[in-house]
Design a protein around this ligand. Sequence first.
Ligand code: PXP
Length: 250
Amino acid sequence: MRLGVNIDHVATLRQARYPAGPGAPFAEPSPVDAALEALAGGAHGITAHLREDRRHIQDRDIAELREQVPLPLNFEMGNAPEIVAIALRTKPASACLVPEKRAEVTTEGGLAVRAGRAGLAETVKALQGEGVRVSMFIDPLPEEIEASAELGAEMVELHTGSYANAVAEAERAEHAGRLAQGAELAHRAGLQVNAGHGLTTRNLPGLAGVPHLEELNIGHHLIARSVAIGLRAAVAEMLEAMAVTWCGEE
Ligand code: PXP
């Protein structure tokens, strides 16, 4: 199973002090340096979300990550014409389509693929025309999985946020069960199954029963943990937790 490291929060920290972004003299920390640290820790890919409001990752970050980091770039994006145009120019290895609201702190809920099919079809086709593999960030609902397959997406990323946020054990187990069913259904529909949002080394073990997972995309916990032990070690720690959870390796 692969680990994609979301480095948005590195840019969040930089923007807090240097709102002019990566071009500002003395700007730090650098998302590229963070991505290279993630690589040294064993990461298999880097995810960055270029939001319309540019609150963290900037256009120049995307170009630099693409040019300077020898890992597949997963371009997380809302379906907005300006962002789609940048994705088409950048030609990342993959693009993950997400819903995006300006007022949200982080991505809330999955993409409404079925309801938004008409608007998404052209974007999926355009991205694939540039050799970009497309993922849909969705809640583990049968209708959204089916709609993603019908649109021709190669992958779905199952939204693990509700699972991660559940405090009561029974509620958490219920969400894990829904994720397992969703993963089964997506796999049967021929989709690569990824997952992400809110995952930590503590809550990972509860997902041991979710089959067919090929990639996890994790950001906040890894960057938070890196404050104490560094990103390289945080990534290695997560890879070990993944191996223990799904392969029983100690
Ligand atoms: N996957 C998607 C589609 C996301 O929007 C995010 C948050 O940016 C993540 C994964 C990573 O979530 P977290 O930062 O909670 O690990």
